[in-house]
Design a protein around this ligand. Structure first.
Ligand code: ADP
Length: 152
């Protein structure tokens, strides 16, 4: 059976930290579906179309990566695309505390979906979309934080 992992997030915008997690995930899973979810608590800087386009460009040569958008519960979307795994990246103990609660709730909701955490590489631990957005808004040099070829 094909091992499919869903990598859910806002990706507003995608950063080198996200790409690092996808690359590591590809060593474990057959396919990764990068799924941009609508998060009611977050207002986005970039449109859904723009975020999807950048991700497609970055992984244009990687047929095992797909980009999708979804609404509703992440576990329901996993079932829709046949993913038995949710992939999430961990940068800090704070990330873990938050992620653990969500993973437990997801497990209660759907038994057949397992959350898999991958640790951020040390160099990318301090990168977040929030920081990148702040640099973009204030016209700073964001190039170190985002994949090559992505221009805002
Ligand atoms: P969300 O709104 O769901 O947190 P994000 O786009 O911010 O969406 O993050 C998606 C996933 O990528 C999360 O699991 C997050 O922990 C992970 N992630 C974000 N930045 C990094 C990074 N620098 N290193 C490793 N994982 C990261």
């Amino acid at each position: 059976m094909e091992k499919i992992a869903l990598f859910p997030g806002s990706f507003d915008p995608i950063t080198k930290g996200h790409v690092d997690i996808v690359e590591k995930g590809l060593q474990i899973f057959d396919k990764i579906v990068i799924a941009i979810g609508s998060n009611a608590k977050k207002t986005n800087l970039f449109t859904l179309e723009q975020r999807m386009e950048w991700i497609r460009k970055i992984f244009a040569n990687e047929p095992r990566v797909e980009v999708k958008a979804y609404t509703g519960l992440t576990v329901n979307y996993c079932n829709e695309v046949g993913a038995h795994f949710i992939l999430r990246g961990l940068r800090s103990p704070g990330d873990f505390e938050y992620e653990q609660q969500i993973a437990f709730a997801n497990k209660e909701l759907v038994e057949n979906v397992e959350t898999v955490f991958l640790l951020s590489s040390p160099y990318y631990t301090n990168i977040s979309s929030t920081i990148v957005r702040d640099i973009i808004i204030n016209k700073g040099n964001y190039s170190k934080f985002v994949p090559e070829g992505i221009v805002f």
